[in-house]
Design a protein around this ligand. Structure first.
Ligand code: 6R9
Length: 607
């Protein structure tokens, strides 16, 4: 790729992105403007359209095009490293293409057609990538549900996106724990009436399958993310813009070179895995590690053993993993000479973790790319470019090409220079989400209503005198537990569904490894007494309704909750109680202040 002058991305996005698009195959070329959009609710429906008129197939681009045009057939696409050391597989681009075609034929034989939704609930195995690309090949829309989610969460997502088929696995090991995915998926072991076996189906399938040519704005996938009302939102991404955006961000943010071995430790069930394990790296013909296991199994040097084994050059992980490993000191971090660039994503990285990552893991020779983005943004939006952007520990630095951020105050005015407020974006970039699946209204209300004319991230941010952006964390009712967003409302309703619970309020409490932990206040129904058994039941209830990531760390019996006179729960006060901070600020609107003292006296100290 060659690069036109920097400013051209704003004034001539056509030329900038057109040049990137030349590296891909287009069945038909686009006509008209590169990006067409409306970001202002007062002017009509919100929409973003990129490369209208073009048709392509992403599966074709990331596989066939790499094998046939770029001659990368024998290049390794994935080194799969299983949970158990010694379990390993190597898959080349050519093999991946064959396997994807076979499975695409299987999907077709099951009646899956262009536009149909397919749910995927699988561990980190090669078949997961095969299943997603097989969907893409035939124009079906995948909806991947992270394998840590509960049966109920899976069910909710299948129903919301009206999936016609579920691809799952019998089970897998995470560390030394067996997870019976199939049992979770249907709570009935095997039903020959509805269940079909992957291996049997694939055995008879042809390994050739003509790709389905799709329009730029046809749906590519749906990925659910927590919503502040409690019901998850199906974030919808479409073809061409997402492909170009993930391809270019991957290339530049990791300074991708053809002989790199790249490893992103995220799970494909989250957006990081979608964009930076599957689409971005494959679009560049990169070699990646696909890891099924945990950073601490069988011991805490597992990550560095993998880095050394595959000579990983570019490494991408989350602050929570860094903090976890930090606890064990520098000794387990031994062989890592191959590393060149280190990335982080998922939450603000605290300076201590940043320093450890930089000095211990990177031996002060690897630039750190702190990438800020969201399921909704499709790819990195605030990020340094390694070795080109001077780093400041804890800052995601500057916008990526074509991204125009602003900092707004409560009245929606743009702040200039050094300032702090709401982080918003003023115009779209190719990879931004297009809608909430089946609910355009919710899309507009969530992201565009508060400040007309802007995409609202839901994050707070500070811009310093040098123009660096510092994410200060969520400013809505979302919690970030180990880099995963959870809505307080979702956890509250899971708790309130228990017959012993009359009301629940959930807040975040800082946690040394997870970033935030869940601190839950529950008011019991009359006549019920609080007990350890009930507490365990409540934890189990949340785990079953949402998944293990949402398991409460603390539950406090709250005979009364601090409320305003109009009956609103004052979470701000609850957050202070959870952290044992007595400076409550202005509590003049509080209906009954004795409630607060009672909660302080009975707060949980240990989980
Ligand atoms: C990619 C991903 C999005 C939320 C986002 C923000 C937080 C992500 C961050 C970061 C500070 C970073 N976040 N990266 N905060 N610095 N580098 O994580 O997507 O799961 O949708 O979460 O995560 O709060 O709004 P998603």
């Amino acid at each position: 790729m060659t690069f036109p002058p920097m400013e051209s991305v704003h004034s001539h996005s056509e030329i900038f992105w057109g040049d990137i698009a030349k590296d891909f195959f287009w069945k038909t070329k686009h006509a008209g403007r590169f990006l067409d959009y409306n970001f202002d609710v007062t002017k009509g429906e919100i929409f973003v359209k990129c490369m209208e008129g073009a048709s392509t197939n992403i599966c074709y681009n990331v596989l066939d095009h790499n094998v046939h045009e770029r001659k990368l057939g024998d290049k390794v696409a994935f080194y799969w490293e299983g949970n158990e050391p010694g379990d390993e597989l190597t898959v080349t681009y050519r093999e991946l293409l064959q396997r994807v075609c076979q499975f695409a034929n299987v999907l077709k034989s099951q009646g899956v057609k262009k536009g149909d939704r397919v749910s995927i609930y699988m561990p980190m195995v090669v078949e997961l990538v095969v299943a997603m690309l097989a969907c893409v090949r035939i124009g079906a829309v995948h909806s991947i549900v992270f394998a840590g989610f509960s049966a109920e969460s899976l069910c909710e997502r299948i129903l919301d996106s009206q999936c016609s088929l579920l691809v799952t696995a019998d089970g897998f090991y995470r560390g030394d724990k067996l997870i019976n995915l199939k049992l979770l998926a249907d709570e009935v072991p095997w039903n020959p009436e509805v269940d079909l076996c992957w291996h049997t189906l694939v055995r008879g399938a042809s390994d050739e399958c003509e790709p389905e040519w799709c329009e730029s704005e046809d749906p590519l996938f749906i990925l659910y993310t927590s919503g502040s009302t409690g019901k998850p939102k199906g974030v919808l991404h479409t073809l061409s813009g997402y492909m170009l955006y993930t391809a270019l961000t991957f290339k530049l943010v990791f300074d991708y070179q053809p002989d790199d071995v790249y490893w992103c430790t995220a799970d494909i069930g989250w957006i990081t895995g979608h964009s930076y394990i599957t689409y971005g790296p494959l679009a560049n013909g990169a070699t990646s590690v696909l890891f099924e296991g945990l950073p601490t199994y069988p011991d805490v040097s597992r990550m560095w053993e993998i880095v050394d084994k595959y000579h990983v050059t570019k490494f991408y992980t989350a602050p929570t993993a860094i903090r976890l490993l930090m606890k064990y000191g520098r000794e387990p971090v031994y062989k890592r000479d191959s590393l060149k660039v280190l990335g982080t994503v998922g939450e603000p990285i605290n300076p201590e973790a940043w320093q450890w990552y930089y000095s211990v893991v990177g031996e002060k020779r690897c630039p750190i790319v702190d990438t800020f983005w969201q399921t909704e943004t499709g790819g990195h939006v605030l990020t340094p470019l390694p070795a080109a952007t001077p780093m400041k520990p804890g800052s995601a630095t500057f916008p990526f090409f074509g991204v125009v951020p602003a900092v707004l105050n409560e009245s929606g005015e743009e702040l200039e220079g050094a300032s702090e407020g709401y982080l918003v974006f003023k115009q779209p970039w190719p990879g931004v989400m297009r809608t909430v699946y089946g609910n355009q209204q919710r899309f507009e209300t969530t992201y565009f209503k508060k400040f007309p004319g802007y995409y609202v991230t839901g994050d707070g941010c500070r811009r310093d005198k040098d123009g660096y952006y510092w994410i200060t964390g969520r400013i809505d009712d979302m919690l970030n537990v180990s880099g995963h967003l959870l809505s307080t409302a979702e956890v509250e309703s899971a708790l309130a569904e228990h017959e012993a619970v009359a009301e629940a309020a959930v807040v975040g409490r800082p946690h040394p490894v997870k970033g935030e932990s869940l601190y839950c206040f529950v008011t019991l129904t009359d006549g019920v007494t609080y007990s350890r058994t009930l507490e365990a039941e409540l934890k189990k209830q949340v785990r079953e309704k949402i998944g293990a990531i949402a398991t409460p760390d603390f539950i406090q019996n709250a005979p009364g909750l601090p409320k305003t006179r109009s009956g609103k729960i004052m979470r701000r006060v609850l957050r202070k109680i959870a952290c044992d901070e007595r400076d409550l600020g202005d509590i003049s609107t509080l209906a009954d202040s004795s409630v607060v003292e009672h909660l302080f006296q009975n707060r949980c100290c240990v989980g």
